[in-house]
Design a protein around this ligand. Structure first.
Ligand code: RFL
Ligand code: PHB
Length: 390
């Protein structure tokens, strides 16, 4: 098999890249190790930045998102039983975010790719990326019990944190990382969200987040110790703990409903530099991870593949590799801003097991600052709604 761009992974990064390339007249093949149902059901992100919404629309993938996505003009910060609303459009000159689940973005992109695009192979596992030290790269892969090779002009590793593409980089590449001593226990519940915007709560017992998937499905998270298993918490305990951490002085009440899914997500920050080696490029979680507190992971993945697609089209139109050469540096500037913001949100809102009374006072001071200074609040709103692509 041969193609112009070999794409490893059919998460949001790989699927959107295939779509953007198809629209630009560049052929690609997507290899995805899991089956279609798994990719379409994997519960993850929920928040799309304004820029991500615009990109999906321009790619002709925004129709259902425009119908079913929920526009959100703010979030609520909760601490010391008080609530504070951050008004995004008022602080950013009109920007907002959209609640539309990653599962739905993936379903829409898969349907479009299968109907109009190049090959998208499920249960096709890339085994390695070879030939990256000069010449054209190859991806040996296993599909339907057979081994085959995909010959490419370029390979983009969109294969997530556990993928194989990163392994083809020289050992001189650098990794910057941090793990956190806590994780998120996430639930989906069949109950209308108890608030019409997301609620980020800091509590001495730990962080809690109220989010949603639709007007009738709530998504909620609790900070739990790293290493926790989801079945260590029964449903009653989860609701009781959410009640405690989200409680306010004004009588706000959390509505309960049947819990349909439970899972634990570890928290880490991770950046692999550079993001390009010869004709192999990394995009999305394959190159970087942020803790989910800033809702940035999916949006960064979108930024990377837009940058790659533009650079490749530029090279084909003008013959100049300047944008491809700049790919890693261009993406990393945005990525480090998201790393910073995600770290700030995470450490402002979670209680570390070794936190001292001093740390708790500092957290409160940071929250007081964000909720009393328009400058500080604007900084949060700009980062949350997303920095524009270069
Ligand atoms: P993905 O989605 O991990 O997709 C990688 C794909 O590659 C496949 N793969 C392979 N295929 C072939 N051969 C191989 N050898 C392969 N190895 C792996 C995998 O099966 C998979 O299908 O990476 P991608 O596309 O870079 O997308 C990144 C996003 O998924 C991720 O950043 C976000 O989900 C992060 N995230 C959030 N991001 C946001 O922007 N907003 C949010 O609100 C948000 N909330 C979250 C999140 C992530 C969470 N978890 C579970 C980590 C909430 C949570 C709880
Ligand atoms: C989600 O709805 O899954 C979600 C929302 C906001 C976050 C993280 C996750 O910061």
């Amino acid at each position: 098999m041969r193609t112009t761009v070999g794409i490893i992974g059919a998460g949001p990064a790989g699927l959107l890249l295939a779509r953007l390339l198809h629209r630009a007249g560049v052929d690609s093949v997507v290899l995805e190790s899991r089956d279609r149902a798994y990719v379409e059901q994997r519960q993850r992100a929920g928040i799309l930045e304004q820029g991500t919404v615009d990109v999906l629309r321009e790619a002709g993938a925004g129709e259902r998102m425009d119908r079913e996505g929920l526009r959100h003009d703010g979030i609520e910060l909760r601490f010391d039983r008080r609530r504070h609303r951050v008004d995004f459009p008022g602080l950013t000159g009109g920007r907002s975010v959209t609640v539309y689940a990653q599962t739905e973005v993936c379903k829409d992109l898969i349907a479009l790719q299968l109907a109009e695009g190049g090959p998208l192979l499920f249960e096709a596992e890339a085994l390695a990326v070879e030939g990256t030290d000069g010449g054209r790269p190859r991806v040996p892969f296993r599909y339907q019990g057979r081994e085959d090779v995909l010959e490419c002009d370029y390979v983009v590793g969109c294969d997530g944190f556990w993928g194989v593409a990163r392994e083809a980089f020289p050992t001189a590449s650098r990794v910057f990382e941090r793990t956190y001593p806590y994780a998120w226990l996430g639930i989906l519940a069949d109950v209308a969200p108890s608030h019409d915007e997301l609620v980020y709560a800091r509590h001495d017992r730990g962080f809690a987040l109220l989010s949603m998937r639709s007007p009738s499905v709530s998504r909620l998270y609790l900070q739990v110790p790293a290493g926790t298993e989801a079945d260590q918490w029964d449903d009653e305990e989860i609701w009781a703990e959410l009640d405690r951490r989200l409680e306010t002085d004004d009588g706000w009440k959390l509505e309960r409903g049947p819990i349909t899914q439970k899972s634990v997500t570890p928290m880490r920050s991770f950046v692999h530099e550079p993001m390009r080696h010869g004709r192999l490029f990394l995009a999305g979680d394959a190159a970087h991870i942020v803790p989910p507190t800033g809702a940035k992971g999916l949006n960064l993945a979108v930024g990377d593949v837009v940058t790659f697609a533009r650079a490749l089209v530029h090279e084909r139109r003008t013959g100049s590799p300047e944008l491809l050469d700049a790919y890693s540096a261009t993406c990393l500037r945005r990525i480090w801003q998201a790393e910073r913001f995600s770290y700030d949100m995470t450490t402002m809102l979670h209680s570390a097991p070794d936190a001292t009374a001093f740390d708790a006072r500092l957290q409160r001071a940071r929250l007081e600052r964000v909720t009393s200074s328009r400058a500080a609040e604007t900084d949060l709103a700009e980062a949350y709604t997303g920095f524009p692509l270069e």
